[in-house]
Write a protein that binds this ligand. Structure first.
Ligand code: SF4
Length: 343
């Protein structure tokens, strides 16, 4: 029996190491609602079947075009509809992107993610971004972009430029989606994910917790992610950063243990994916970050800024890694979706 065939049983639930995409909603619910320590045990067990438990993949994120976005995502300061006072800028020059990527590599990141605040790029807007992908690849970093909805043929052009990952979050459940975004649909998002996958690009797809969604919504979001075939290679789990001027500025803070529970369930449901601790980390204590990593998160953004919100300093992250005995995962040498340990 290979390690991938290993299985444990917790309170009658069979938990296996092999990724599967046929999870039922009831199974996801039963897993999610385990006593927290049982769920943490399951997550640690699954995590150790596929990954070095002390290695964390580090990505750096750069906003290559900020603000003036026509979409109305209720959590986002970049929407043109909300007065949030952020500094906007058009597409960054190639030279600045290259320098930022070189700094990220020198600091130890293995992946460079570039975000642009489009509903979706027009073909002429995609052109300079293809050049950025080529330049960042040439530096020796994995590349990821997040550009919104993709039109027919655009994913193929990104693939030809050498793009490794496309980030496109589902954000929340299909039922709760219209309460958060009205300018596009959940089905639109799934269609772009389909195009990305069909072009042979790896998928980075997760959600945001604390939008005012219910536990049922969190379970439903995880169910959709865990039944994508194949699973997203990267699953960012964000906690809402409440930005003044956005409709969610006064949202009720999500219970920390509920956040940890969601991370642990994502780890069990998508055993070979990198689960990324994303936005919201500045509001977590070091103990909370450690608990999230223990629950199976094994990826984080490294660098002082996310698209527009703050992130812990690299010095703070380095100090936390040293105290916990963690190491940064080195760049993968083979397809991580099938690799047992990528260190
Ligand atoms: S999340 Fe993206 S698509 Fe939505 S408003 Fe912000 S930049 Fe635009």
């Amino acid at each position: 029996m290979s390690p991938a065939d290993n299985e444990i049983r917790i309170r009658g639930l069979a938990i296996g190491a092999r990724p599967r995409t046929d999870w039922t909603l009831d199974e996801v619910k039963a897993l999610f609602e385990l006593p927290l320590f049982d769920l943490l045990y399951a997550a640690q067990w699954v995590h150790r079947q596929h990954f070095d438990p002390n290695a964390v993949q580090c990505s750096t994120l750069l906003s290559i075009k900020t603000g003036a976005c026509p979409e109305d995502c209720a959590y986002c300061p970049q929407s043109i509809r909300f007065d949030t006072g952020i500094e906007t800028h058009d597409l960054m020059p190639l030279d600045e992107v290259r320098k930022a990527a070189e700094r990220a590599k020198a600091a130890g990141a293995t992946r460079f993610c570039m975000g642009a605040s489009y509903r979706g790029p027009k073909d002429r807007q995609l052109e300079p971004i293809l050049e950025m992908v080529r330049e960042v690849k040439a530096i020796g970093l994995e590349t990821c972009v997040t550009l919104g909805l993709l039109r027919e043929g655009q994913a193929e052009r990104l693939a030809e430029a050498g793009l490794d990952y496309y980030n496109h979050n589902l954000d929340t459940s299909e039922a709760f989606y219209p309460k958060i975004i009205t300018t596009r649909t959940f089905a639109d998002r799934l269609e772009t994910l389909r195009r990305v996958r069909a072009a042979g690009i790896k998928v980075c797809c997760g959600g945001i917790l604390g939008l005012g969604e219910s536990r049922e919504d969190r379970i439903s979001l995880l169910h959709v992610l865990a039944t994508l075939d194949p699973h997203p290679e990267s699953v960012p789990i964000n906690r809402l950063v409440r930005i003044p001027g956005t409709p969610l500025e006064n949202a009720t803070e999500l219970d920390s243990f509920e956040f940890v529970r969601t991370i642990a369930a994502a780890r069990v449901l998508m055993p070979a994916s990198h689960v990324r601790l994303s936005a919201g980390r500045t509001e977590f204590s070091e103990e909370m970050q450690a608990l999230c990593l223990l629950a199976g998160a094994n990826s984080m953004f490294y660098g002082e800024k996310l698209l527009t919100t703050a992130n812990p300093s690299t010095a703070d992250d380095d100090a936390l890694f040293a105290r916990l005995g963690l190491v940064r995962e080195s760049a993968p040498v083979r397809d991580e979706s099938r690799s047992a340990v990528a260190t």
